[in-house]
Design a protein around this ligand. Structure first.
Ligand SMILES: Nc1nc2c(ncn2[C@@H]2O[C@H](COP(=O)(O)OP(=O)(O)OP(=O)(O)O)[C@@H](O)[C@H]2O)c(=O)[nH]1
Ligand SMILES: [Mg+2]
Ligand SMILES: [Zn+2]
Length: 311
């Protein structure tokens, strides 16, 4: 039986689209026992971005069965919003993780952005922040935009304010993503698919009006799917998420996932400092002299509290 090696472009949970090295697309299923190196006990054994080995079942129809998954360079996992004990692999083998946020229609909270950034930090995947729909911003929203730009740039992140509907606003971002495999995440209705449609002319992803009465998106995209960019690179579109549930970690670890805290925490007097109100805390000092944003510190404290409760 002939074999093929390919990359998972789409996963519905029961079947997958795999692109082989020659660029041919296969419809693949898992049959029998899957060979898998690491067991991260997720609800989905195979994710978009996985490199897989398949048996060819029917060559003409392009049907294959997945036999094994190559070891992943990395992956992003999120906790299921329905069951805190279940994890879902969002995607694997990523070069970057991008969050699309909006200040209006719908509104993204800074807590959501921070939890996304923490997850990316925890998996050592560089994070990029895109603020979309800047055409809709009134003056009070403009202040919020400038504030986010300041806070996240100071923390060490790249921030790209864009209007996904206007191609001339996305050229810098497009150059940045060239050659990379990038995961797109964000609430439903923030414009992930609209942005991908601009970055990849001709892809025509379905997009939808944000429903007027709730201000919430409609979940137009239902499965994660990867797309090739015309000048190299790949983008993974994902369904909108309500909440970015954090994976388990110890409260001592949390500050490491805030790059601006990571930079100063070696100078805390105690090496088990949680940066709450311990004497000689370099993080608190940095917050006091405003080199660390009070908003990011407040976010840290809120998240720390949720970790304490869990244990
Ligand atoms: N005014 C304005 N509207 C935009 C912009 N970007 C996207 N939209 C609109 O926002 C709505 C939702 O866009 P989608 O691209 O479907 O959003 P999504 O993030 O893919 O949503 P899900 O697939 O549900 O996760 C559509 O009606 C878009 O036309 C923008 O920059 N400005
Ligand atoms: Mg979409
Ligand atoms: Zn400290």
């Amino acid at each position: 039986m002939s074999e093929l090696k390919g990359l998972v472009y789409k996963s519905t949970g029961s079947w997958y689209i795999v692109k082989d090295e020659a660029g041919k697309l296969w419809n693949a299923r898992v049959k029998g026992k899957l060979k898998i190196d690491e067991d991260i006990s997720s609800t989905n054994p195979i994710a978009v971005g996985d490199v897989v080995v398949c048996n060819v079942e029917e060559k003409e129809e392009g049907i294959a069965t997945i036999k094994s998954i190559a070891p992943r360079n990395n992956y992003i996992v999120r906790v299921s919003p329905h069951n805190k004990n279940q994890k879902h692999i969002v995607a694997s083998n990523l070069d970057a993780a991008l969050v699309v946020a909006t200040i209006a229609e719908p509104r993204t909270s800074s807590g959501f952005i921070d939890r996304f950034l923490i997850t990316a930090e925890a998996y050592h995947i560089p994070a990029i922040i895109v603020i979309n729909k800047t055409d809709l911003l009134q003056s009070k929203h403009m202040e919020q935009l400038l504030h986010w730009q300041q806070v996240y740039t100071d923390a060490g992140y790249e921030v790209y304010p864009i209007i996904a509907l206007q191609p001339d606003t996305i050229t810098t971002l497009s150059d940045r993503l060239k050659g990379l495999t990038t995961l797109f995440s964000g609430h439903s209705g923030v414009g992930k698919s609209t942005l991908i449609n601009q970055l990849i002319p001709g892809v025509s992803l379905r997009t939808q009006e944000v429903s007027g009465w709730s201000g919430k998106g409609q979940h137009t995209t239902t499965f994660a799917e990867m797309f090739d960019m015309p000048d190299g690179g790949k983008i993974i579109d994902t369904p909108g998420v309500k909440e970015f549930g954090l994976i388990d970690f110890e409260k001592e670890e949390l500050a490491q996932y805030f790059p601006e805290m990571r930079r100063v925490m070696q100078q805390c007097r105690f090496n088990n400092c949680l940066h709450i109100n311990e004497p000689g805390c370099a993080v608190k000092q940095a917050v006091n002299d405003e080199s660390i944003s009070i908003d990011r510190y407040a976010s840290y404290m809120t998240i720390l509290d949720t970790i304490e409760k869990k244990w």
